[in-house]
Design a protein around this ligand. Sequence first.
Ligand SMILES: [Cu+2]
Length: 142
Amino acid sequence: MRYVKHATLAMLLMAGPGLAETHDVKMYNRSENGAMIYEPSYLRIAPGDTVRFLSTQPGHNAATIDGMIPPGAKPFKSRINEDFSVTLSVPGAYGIKCSPHYAMGMVMLIDVGGRMDADLPPDLPRRASERFRQILDARPDA
Ligand SMILES: [Cu+2]
């Protein structure tokens, strides 16, 4: 009986909003890691966490890439030069692009809920595909 009570409390705590985190992503024309780049370019977060895209340098946005969000997840697209927050609850891999700099390879990957192997669609711009491969290879447990 006592165990059940504690398990219920633990479940309530895990489901509560108090433990959800916010992760900042800065959008740069140039950082020490390259040009047209999200910092960081890879995030692993828990379902229900929020990602906040910061317009650190002007000219960028954050939008989901068609075919690179999990089934049931909602696409989003922020406005250029806008700080934008989105809460991601559906587990899976989210490919994010900067609309004006997609062809220049300004993309990032958000893994919600654990290690997900992102399938790269075959029709990505070449430089976006290259950066995704770098991101995938550089993951902590790649
Ligand atoms: Cu950009």
